[in-house]
Design a protein around this ligand. Structure first.
Ligand code: 5AD
Ligand code: SF4
Length: 466
């Protein structure tokens, strides 16, 4: 039995009569917003008597929460569905039912095409309709093949349950909180505006209520999520329009909440108030994920990023003046249609001048329905692969240099969970690197002072001070 199921009631009584215990297995692909959504869907199903299981073969309901951002991510889903089809057959032979559902961005983008391509699938549900999942699942269990991919008129956040207290305890001392969803930027390579819809901000009161619930359940660090999180805005209680900087300052007033982070940001939405929050808020961690995608103005224009490389660099300078200790992270795409060797060199130069503490880099993947897919001059795979390798070598060097420069520094460390070795706990540095330290299990949730002693390939090592 997992820790999670151990905390759940053993004989849940749902709306109807006594509902027999059913098990749900959720597999999450892609970004942190999918992680957040998967938790909310599990919470919603718990009301109907579903308990989470880690064993797919035991599940009455298998839900894949999918990612459509690159071709590879989407293809993974179909291979998983192939394996599940066999499992479903095997279970049927034992007289047991298994409902298979597909949620997330593949569900939104492909809709009933999934039912055609993967006949074992019973239910397809897009990210805007997750509050309808319990109902949709009932229909699927009744034999209907259900597709729910409308952009719902009602706000899913009004209907989805807030994080469950007991489960939040089991999930740990850090949590995600979605404050904004969707995107109106329409970068020409990206499917997000089509799968997640237009930019929508959750209201201040809803966010504060959820944050307070999380903190009551023991959460000490919250990461605000949004595809364009720094485009978040809402009516403040005093009637003024708030931006993300205002929201962070208000969240910073919650007693017991020790740390705040946010992701993912767009350079065009980094306003003065948000930069000021980095200067003045000790609770706001000195880490910023600010994707630039390319260092070439020509490619940035073709990508519809609506800023130049020089503007991006000037922005970084301003943020670093406000918070000199800032670790920067970025996303890069190599081989966008028309990218020449010279364009790629511009990206390498930009990377050299920024010095990222962490970065994610990808070969351009043509996505059906996006303007990029229509462009001539697609770059050959082998050229993309070579460029990616060169870029990743450089980024990895910067990441190692950044980690090495942390050795000897004293930091506050939030202890999150058991480490790999007995007697160790692991937490995150202010710059998001995992840090291992000798500490007792009972110290999970504490913030302790440590000195960083060593930098490993993927994590840091530290010793307690005092
Ligand atoms: N091909 C490659 N990478 C992509 N990304 C988004 N769309 C594509 C695509 N079509 C990358 C971007 C984005 C990150 C989440 O994924 O770098 O910032
Ligand atoms: Fe995609 Fe661009 Fe929107 Fe980011 S800003 S989600 S890359 S369209």
């Amino acid at each position: 039995m997992t820790q999670e199921t151990a905390l759940l009631p053993t004989s849940p009584v749902a709306g109807e009569d006594h509902v027999p215990l059913r098990k749900v297995f959720v597999k999450t692909y892609g970004c942190q917003m999918n992680v957040y959504d998967s938790d909310r869907m599990s919470d919603a199903l718990a009301r109907d008597g579903y308990v989470a299981t880690d064993a797919v073969e035991d599940a009455d309901f298998v839900l894949l929460n999918t990612c459509h951002i690159r071709e590879k991510a989407a293809e993974k889903v179909y291979s998983e569905l192939g394996r599940l089809r066999d499992l479903k057959k095997a279970r049927a032979n034992e007289g047991r039912e298994m409902v298979i559902g597909v949620a997330g961005c593949v569900a939104q983008a492909e809709g009933d095409e999934i039912l055609r391509r993967a006949p074992a699938v019973d239910l397809v549900i897009g990210p805007q309709t997750y509050h309808r999942l319990p109902e949709a699942l009932k229909r699927a269990r009744g034999g209907e093949r259900v597709v729910e991919t409308d952009y719902a008129i009602e706000d899913k956040f009004d209907h989805l349950p807030n994080p469950d207290r007991a489960k939040t305890r089991a999930r740990g001392v850090t949590a995600f909180l979605t404050v904004q969803e969707g995107c109106d930027k329409f970068c020409t390579f990206c499917v997000v505006p089509y799968t997640r819809g237009a930019e929508v901000s959750r209201p201040v009161a809803q966010i504060l209520a959820e944050a307070e619930k999380l903190v009551e359940a023991g959460v000490r660090e919250i990461t605000l999520l949004g595809q364009n999180v720094n485009a978040w805005h809402g009516a403040g209680p005093e009637g003024r329009d708030w931006g993300l900087g205002d929201l962070l300052r208000r969240l910073g007033e919650i007693d017991g909440l020790a740390r705040l982070r946010y992701t993912t940001s767009h350079p065009r939405d980094m306003d003065d108030s948000l930069i000021e929050a980095h200067r003045s808020m000790a609770k706001l961690m000195p880490y910023l994920h600010l994707p630039v995608q390319s260092g070439s103005d020509r490619i940035l224009k073709a990508m519809n990023r609506r800023h130049t490389a020089t503007e991006y660099l000037a922005l970084i300078d301003r943020i670093r003046v406000a918070q000199p200790d800032l670790a920067l992270s970025g996303d890069f795409i190599v081989g966008f249609p028309g990218e020449t060797e010279k364009d790629f060199e511009d990206t390498m130069r930009l990377v050299e001048s920024v010095g990222y503490a962490q970065a994610f880099s990808f070969k351009y993947s043509s996505r059906p329905g996006t303007p990029g897919a229509e462009l001539k001059d697609q770059v050959p795979e082998d050229v993309k692969a070579k460029r990616l390798e060169r870029l990743q070598t450089l980024l990895a060097r910067h990441q190692r240099d950044f980690a090495a420069a942390c050795v000897g520094r004293e930091i506050d460390l939030l202890l999150e969970k058991p480490g790999r070795l007995a007697g160790q706990l692991v937490g995150r540095s202010p710059w998001l690197q995992p840090v291992n330290v000798d500490a007792k299990q009972s110290q999970i949730g504490d913030i302790i002072r440590v000195r960083i002693t060593k930098a490993g390939p993927n994590s840091l090592f530290a010793e307690m001070i005092g």
